[in-house]
Ligand binder design. Structure first.
Ligand SMILES: [Zn+2]
Ligand SMILES: [Zn+2]
Ligand SMILES: [Zn+2]
Ligand SMILES: [Zn+2]
Length: 334
């Protein structure tokens, strides 16, 4: 009997596949908004949610998602206010989440072993009913992340600009926070609550070493996430360690390889084209020049119908969630 025939391993691998897809998908937007640590905070708060489930005898996935969504909404509201005291408010929320969770799990009569399966994931605990929850939630996250991609991208790239183009910025920001909370619940059984944020951030940072356009970063990050999750789960089965740890270590190894490869590629590119007009910003998905004929049936103009916005010394056109500005014979994404 191979490990792929073991039923609990089949469930763990399916959960891992969906976690590997959805965590980097939402993570791409969080990283773009410079909110890389938001998933970490939500994960801390969700510990209290799991504990409430254990204490009251309800499914921990249900209580975790409710508390995580409440926590994510609070984080987003505090962040949107932008006050200096918001920093401290977030710290209180995160520490309260961990301390409250550990306290309640103790009261529920559960020990450190139970807590550990939620903090760092566990292969054997993905029950059939857990798997249904994971599949359902992951589908919601992926549909939103892909379906609302252009709008979410515009908000993450430049809030002010998105507001000018008539997008409901606050609502979309809240949607990203809530989707991050849902993803935390999806990832709870495989990478665990303390390491879930790593799976949202590390694959995205890895992809950014090699690609710069938003779409390719998004897809590369999901690919890296799936690889790290599946390989991490198989490794953790053989090594008999928590899957969360092996998944994150593998993701970090991918990052190191990509960072070295990316640096070498950039060096080669800059020696070959010393007069390139834009020095690529390392690690940040930024302007990527592309040719008009590929994706453009027309050159943007005053009358083409695409929303037009002044941007410093030039005009940008909103196009499929990208902001395009004419630059010589091609279009830059802004
Ligand atoms: Zn146009
Ligand atoms: Zn511009
Ligand atoms: Zn365009
Ligand atoms: Zn250019």
């Amino acid at each position: 009997m191979t490990l792929f025939e073991l039923e609990f391993m089949q469930r763990a691998l399916i959960a891992g596949l969906l976690t590997g897809l959805s965590a980097p998908a939402i993570g791409t937007y969080l990283v773009q908004r410079r909110l890389s640590l938001m998933g970490d905070g939500i994960g801390h708060i969700a510990i209290t949610g799991v504990a409430l489930g254990l204490l009251t005898g309800t499914a921990p996935a249900l209580t975790a998602i409710l508390v995580a969504i409440a926590g994510a909404t609070a984080i987003e509201l505090i962040r949107a206010r932008g006050k200096a005291s918001g920093d401290v408010a977030l710290a209180l929320l995160f520490y309260g989440g961990i301390a409250g969770g550990v306290l309640l799990i103790g009261l529920a009569g559960q020990g450190a072993a139970t807590l550990n399966t939620y903090l760092f994931g566990s292969l054997t605990t993905v029950s059939p009913s857990d798997l249904y929850v994971v599949v359902g939630l992951a589908v919601v996250v992926l549909v939103v992340a892909v379906g609302l991609g252009p709008q979410l991208f515009a908000v993450c790239q430049d809030e002010e600009f998105a507001r000018v183009t008539g997008l409901r910025v606050q609502l979309l920001n809240l949607l990203i926070a809530v989707m991050a909370a849902v993803t935390v619940t999806v990832a709870m059984r495989t990478v665990g609550l303390l390491l879930v944020s790593a799976l949202m951030v590390v694959p995205v940072a890895t992809a950014q070493q090699l690609t710069r356009s938003f779409r390719t970063t998004f897809m590369t990050a999901c690919g890296i996430g799936v690889f790290a999750c599946l390989a991490g789960i198989v490794t953790s089965y053989h090594a008999d360690v928590a899957p969360g740890a092996t998944i994150v270590v593998l993701a970090l190894a991918c990052f190191v390889v990509a960072a070295v490869t990316g640096a070498l590629l950039r060096r080669r590119r800059s020696t070959r084209a010393p007069l390139a007009d834009e020095e690529p910003e390392v690690g940040v998905p930024g302007p990527e020049p592309h040719v008009v004929t590929d994706e453009h049936p027309h050159a943007h103009s005053q009358r083409c119908g695409h929303p037009k916005v002044e941007h410093g010394d030039h005009v940008d056109y909103v196009h499929d969630g990208h902001l395009h500005a004419a630059h010589g014979d091609h279009w830059d994404e802004h």
